[in-house]
Design a protein around this ligand. Structure first.
Ligand code: GAP
Length: 436
């Protein structure tokens, strides 16, 4: 099912996934804070990406580079000159728009007037700030607009210290910043966001093969995490869409409520970046192949995804409504690896003889799972809450548990209930949560 944007925005706010940033001061446009559930989901998305890109591979290593880098990095990479979007301003209502994103390039979508746009100007998206107490041109720096350059400038450090041989990758997860002209669609396009990028260095003649390989790997990652295959597609970029560094790019797109749009990009960046940094820094960043006794600049295949954008897409994909007993049940069918809580423990009543052992059980389980212990409201309402926040298994501790040392475990998706001995509980849950 395709869910309305409003529905996800409301759920996010109501259940504490995402809040408007600086809300108590009226909010700041297109900037968001992740609440307890959103922070857990976002972290799980990043962890799932890291496991599949770094942990499960012997030729990819991780990096955590600085957000503020030398300005020369962005001069060498071409961002200072070309990381721009075409900006037009409406002379009638003063609204500013990104020309390449308008349905009709002559009509202002804010006031509806035609022929009122100024000539387009190229607007650089990098945020500027200054290091130290004096604001001068010499100490002007940028907040990074992509995590990728942190990888390129550390290429030689990582290769040497970790004895990496081609082909190999360097992966990084972290904040990036872009002064977007038209942020919007909730957390889809924001000015501050999390990226997950991997630069895969290979021999130039092998670049096409690795480009195809990474497309398949990345698409399978979404499918393995349960995303509906009908909501995913791969779209090659047209020649005029390519970034200044890319020879070839495809986007993995998701069926958002407003139509197909980019989830992540995969680019063949050729040897553009290493060559550029070699030229400007004066350091030889060519790879030496001892067997063939040759030096060359490796090519780079880059899968680049936005963690915040993916978190949003996973939320949309997981949202389902069902009719149960004449009522509408909202259920987030999140993969257990992504769900904010994997398990909830609910004592059937607040009576002390149940509360004590149930909370002891919850404390033991917390060592294994992200867990919520919930004692509020009726059991039915507590089940509904867990469905709505995507908790795959709910463990109910009832009066029989005192005698049979067993609990009822309810499956979020089927709503089936099993009676499970407490001794076997982690084994039972691990199997179903795909932890073993
Ligand atoms: N290093 C290549 C690069 O940054 P990109 O296509 O500009 O490529 C990669 O960005 C991904 O980062 C996008 O596919 C998207 O998921 C995410 N992203 C980019 N700009 C974003 C924004 N303003 N807000 C949220 N996510 C963004």
């Amino acid at each position: 099912m395709t869910v309305a944007l409003e529905t996800i925005v409301n759920l996010s706010k109501r259940r504490g996934f995402v809040f408007q940033s600086s809300e108590i001061y009226g909010g700041i446009r297109s900037t968001y804070d992740y609440g307890p559930l959103g922070a857990a989901l976002l972290r799980n998305v990043k962890d799932a990406w890291w496991r599949s890109m770094v942990q499960y591979r012997d030729n990819v290593v991780g990096l955590d580079s600085a957000i503020i880098q030398a300005r020369t990095v962005w001069q060498a990479s071409g961002h200072e000159d070309t990381f721009t979007d075409p900006l037009v301003e409406c002379r009638n209502c003063n609204a500013r728009h990104r020309l390449d994103k308008l349905d009709d390039p002559d009509r202002c979508p804010t006031c509806g007037k035609s022929g009122t746009f100024t000539e387009p100007m190229q607007f650089n998206l990098m945020f500027r700030t200054h290091t130290g107490p004096v604001e001068s041109d010499e100490n002007m720096v940028y907040l990074r607009p992509e995590t990728a350059q942190g990888i390129f400038i550390n290429y030689e450090n990582v290769r040497r210290t970790n004895r990496m041989q081609l082909p190999f990758g360097i992966a990084q997860v972290g904040k990036s910043f872009r002064n977007e002209i038209t942020p919007g669609q909730f957390v889809f396009r924001t000015r501050e966001f999390d990226q997950m990028e991997m630069e895969f260095f290979c021999r130039p003649e092998e670049a096409s093969r690795w480009f195809a390989y990474w497309q398949e790997q990345r698409l399978n990652w979404y499918l393995d995490l349960g995303m509906d295959k009908d909501k995913l597609r791969i779209r090659p970029h047209e020649e005029d869409e390519l970034s200044h560094y890319a020879a070839e790019t495809v986007d993995i797109e998701f069926a958002f409520p407003w139509g197909w749009d980019e989830l992540e990009g995969l680019a063949n960046r050729t040897d553009f970046d290493l060559k550029a940094h070699s030229e400007v820094s004066g350091q030889d960043l060519r790879y030496y192949d001892a067997e063939a006794d040759e030096r060359f600049f490796p090519y780079v295949i880059e899968p680049a995804a936005g963690a915040t954008r993916l978190t949003f897409a996973f939320l949309m994909d997981a949202y389902h409504t069902e009719e149960v007993g004449g009522e509408t049940r909202v259920v987030l069918k999140l993969h257990p690896h992504l769900a904010p809580y994997q398990v909830a423990v609910l004592p059937l009543s607040k009576k002390p003889e149940l509360l004590g052992p149930a909370s002891e059980l919850a404390d033991r389980l917390r060592r294994h799972y992200m867990l919520e212990f919930d004692v509020t409201q009726s059991i039915g309402r507590r089940y509904r809450r867990q469905d709505e926040i995507g908790t795959p298994y709910v463990v109910t501790y009832d009066f029989d548990s005192l005698d049979d040392s067993a609990v009822t475990v309810r499956d979020r998706d089927t709503m089936a209930q099993d009676r499970v001995s407490i001794d076997r509980l982690t084994e039972y849950l691990d199997e179903r949560l795909k932890l073993i």
